[in-house]
Write a protein that binds this ligand. Structure first.
Ligand code: NDP
Ligand code: 8X3
Length: 252
């Protein structure tokens, strides 16, 4: 049986890099995202290497996620891996000045999207059994507070705890669960966070030598290629030039 991987948010950044990495090994790809033209281009690029299925999908839309997953061809009744990668941060403003709409979009995508895809694909992962795996994209923002991280960091803290709790529930099924917790990696992430302001986004990475989407894809590839008796619970990774700040003290 060829290995199969369902990747959400495959139209950019980590997701596109993962699609390319797993295609090299001949895994069947199910690639999803909202931008159809990006999915088509990726399918065209990779279909010479492996079997590619694309799903134009907004993970915030529960009915659409249900319809897309229920409509998958029979060959995916057993799925090797799910990567809950689709996600975003919006803004770096403090809580008292943030937009409630932005907060809702982050919760709907980073929390509800992950929950929908996981619940709906679990039967196929359990049917695969030993060697199957769920990889969730958490973040250092789920572990460490920073000013302006408010709801984004909280969604990633949810993802971390959901991953750990899934591990508990999936005992005996053979399905592994890993939370990947990256720090700064250059992708479209900051362009999205700063509402399309490319110069603001570029400034984030200036002089840092950030991680790349390929670094993250290689890490996930390593995680999913461990022997079936091994579960990598969490991986926190940062560029060398990123570290921790101390406590913030406000003096009157
Ligand atoms: P990108 O912005 O480059 O890619 C994000 C992907 O998510 C795109 O393919 C986008 O596709 C998809 N996406 C966003 N919203 C939705 C939605 N509602 N439905 C379906 N797909 C959606 O970001 P990254 O690759 O950097 O980020 C990937 C994940 O990693 C995210 O969860 C992010 O929070 C996390 N992360 C990123 C870090 C970084 O520094 N870059 C660090 C730590 C974690 P489309 O717009 O076509 O729908
Ligand atoms: C993205 C990493 O540090 O910008 O999750 O929050 S950070």
């Amino acid at each position: 049986m060829s290995k199969s991987i369902f990747i959400t948010g495959a139209t950019a950044g980590f997701g596109a890099a993962m699609a390319r990495r797993f295609a090299q090994d001949g895994w069947s790809l199910i690639l999803s995202g909202r931008r159809a033209e990006r999915l088509d281009a990726l399918a065209e690029e990779l279909s010479g290497q492996t079997d590619v299925t694309t799903l134009v999908l907004d993970v915030q839309d529960r009915a659409a996620v249900e319809a897309a997953i229920n409509g998958l061809p029979e060959k995916f009744n057993k799925l090797t891996a799910l990567v809950n990668n689709a996600g975003l941060a919006l803004g770096t403003t403090t809580a008292q000045t943030s937009s409630l709409d932005d907060w809702e979009t982050m919760i709907d995508t980073n929390v509800k999207g992950v929950v929908y895809c996981t619940r709906l694909l679990l039967p196929r992962l359990i049917a695969h059994g030993a060697g199957a795996g769920i990889v969730n994209l958490g973040s250092v923002a789920g572990n460490w507070p920073y000013q302006g991280g408010n709801v984004y960091g909280a969604t990633k803290a949810f993802v971390k705890q959901f991953s750990l709790n899934l591990r508990s529930d999936l005992q005996g099924t053979g399905v592994r669960v890993t939370n990947i917790e990256p720090g700064m990696a250059e992708s479209e992430f900051s362009v999205v966070r700063f509402a399309g302001d490319k110069s603001k986004a570029d400034a984030v990475y200036q002089g840092v030598d950030p991680m790349t989407p390929e670094d993250i894809a290689n890490t996930i590839h390593w995680v999913l290629n461990q022997p079936p008796h091994m579960n990598i619970n969490r991986v926190e990774l940062m560029p060398v030039n990123q570290a921790f700040a101390g406590f913030a003290i406000h003096r009157k």
